[in-house]
Design a protein around this ligand. Structure first.
Ligand code: DSN
Length: 496
């Protein structure tokens, strides 16, 4: 799938003029139909496209799905209930839902080399919940039922059920610390996973800011978790999942990898061998809309046949009825990702991230870990005298969309933070390369250098307020706009 059609000249006026194409016709017609009922919604849809076309999107967890993926979501599959799995539903009339779900799962299995794919999760947190319950059911509930000579939880006495419930809620997990780049759903207290599991986290080495496998092993040996979670949302390096599996096997833990952020790099064969989560973990979860460039949603993969029956109980165990329209879009996205062009795309995502890190580093920014192996770059903004919050807001004013992010041992906490996280999946999708990344680095460093922190109304240093001159803001906004004009988003849609 190519959104930026190389046949379209880079200065093509597609982003502003009327374009004749099947997808432009489809969207013009769709917006007419929507607008006839609620004009404001059609107007907001157009507004969102306008915004997305006018900002440099560097949110590491976002991307631009193809028109085919987006269109696959807008249809009558949305109207169908289909709890259960293909061939085993709680509702009649699922002939075509079964076909589309099976197709999506088959594409996912082939794409990732997985024995089993469950494509119903609505999001990453849902995929993780399915995986958590599958592991708990496999490791705790099923053996308890066998021990008590029953087949179903409803056959347990009230006292036994209470004991099993306590046991389900008393299991241990380890995961990557939040300020090292881990994710809230990996056992942290504000999330359901932290209320469900007794969690300890592993961090990164203070000097190198890299994952320290010896420390992970030491924690695992001491804490003896049932579940070991690997994966991250803000760690800019690859992880050796073969080593993580060795650690998990040594302590009897089930290894779950959440590859939500880097699934596109796995699909695109940037991460192979020891770095391929699907080949090394017991169970792998992902979103489908980040580097994988599909619709918003989740998946669960496994090569462990013993886990399959428990994963397939995700709905109605923790999920509402599957979104068949989104499963259709997942099938389209996975088909796109199976094409050779996607491997080229994934390689360019990583090259662009390396170029962006290098460009910022050369201009005085401090890159956490000193570089990147994946799609994201974590920048420590303290050398600019800023918090992450100030940097995020100043960059937004200049047309650069990033998100603030904690860095290891962050002195500014999770709200203000000391870093910004940058990702290259979206800008790579519109066709930008390493030359453009150097320009983006120059824009970012220009804005951050010119941004001055200011004070609160009581005169204390503010962690949120800042001053940026109109000249710097507007000058960099114009440079961002130039890059976007040369690399337009959805050129085959034109103005809608
Ligand atoms: N929201 C996603 C991210 O930005 O990393 C995951 O929670």
């Amino acid at each position: 799938m190519v959104i930026q059609d190389p046949a379209v000249p880079s200065s093509d006026p597609a982003a502003t003029g009327r374009v004749e194409s099947p997808e432009a016709d489809a969207y013009r017609a769709a917006l007419d139909v929507i607008g006839a009922v609620e004009p404001d919604v059609a107007s907001h849809i157009r507004g969102e496209l306008g915004n997305q076309r006018s900002q440099l999107k560097l949110i590491a967890s976002e991307n631009y799905a193809s028109p085919a993926v987006l269109l696959a979501m807008g249809n009558w599959f949305s109207d169908k209930y289909a709890e259960g799995v293909p061939g085993h539903r709680f509702y009649a009339g699922c002939e075509f839902v079964d076909k589309v779900e099976t197709l999506a799962a088959d594409h996912a299995k082939a794409l990732f080399g997985a024995g089993h794919a469950y494509v119903q999760p609505h999001s990453g947190i849902d995929a993780n919940l399915v995986a958590f319950w599958a592991m708990l059911a496999h490791r705790v509930e099923a053996p308890y039922l066998v021990d008590h000579g029953v087949r179903h939880v409803n056959d347990l006495s009230d006292a036994d059920w209470e004991e099993l419930r306590r046991s389900l809620g008393n299991q241990r997990m380890i995961g990557m610390a939040l300020d090292a780049g881990g994710h809230l759903t990996h056992g942290f207290r504000p999330n359901i996973s932290g209320k469900l599991f007794d969690q300890r986290s592993y961090g990164v080495d203070r000097e190198t800011e890299m994952l320290d496998y010896d420390r992970v092993a030491a924690l695992a040996r001491e804490f003896k978790p049932l579940v070991m979670v690997a994966g991250y949302s803000a760690y800019p390096r690859k992880v050796n999942f073969a080593t993580m599996r060795e650690i998990a096997d040594e302590v009897g833990a089930t290894l779950m990898v959440d590859m939500a952020h880097f699934a596109g790099l796995v699909a695109g064969k940037v991460f192979t061998g020891d770095f391929d989560p699907v080949a090394n973990a017991h169970i792998v979860t992902s979103t489908t809309h980040k580097s994988l460039r599909g619709p918003r949603g989740g998946i669960v993969l496994t090569n462990e046949t013993e886990l399959v029956e428990f994963i397939d109980k995700g709905c109605p165990m923790v999920l509402g009825g599957p979104l068949s329209n989104v499963m259709a879009a997942k099938a389209v996205a996975f088909a796109e990702a199976r094409k050779p062009e996607f491997q080229d795309y994934a390689a360019r995502v990583a090259e662009n991230a390396a170029a962006l890190a290098d460009g910022i580093g050369r201009r005085g920014g401090r890159i956490v870990t000193g570089g990147t192996d994946n799609h994201l770059v974590l920048v420590d903004v303290r050398p600019f005298g800023l918090t992450g919050r100030q940097a995020e807001s100043a960059l937004e004013a200049a047309g650069v969309i990033v998100n603030r992010n904690s860095i290891p041992d962050d002195e500014n906490g999770a709200w203000y933070t000391s870093g910004v996280r940058l990702g290259t999946p979206a800008l790579t999708t519109v066709g930008m390369g390493t030359g453009e990344m150097d320009e983006v680095a120059d824009i970012i460093c220009g804005v951050l250098t010119a941004t001055e922190p200011t004070t609160t109304s009581s005169g204390d240093p503010s962690k949120a307020k800042f001053h940026l001159t109109d000249d710097v803001r507007d000058g960099n906004r114009a440079r961002a706009a130039e890059l976007l004009a040369a690399n337009p988003l959805y050129p085959t849609l034109g103005a809608l």
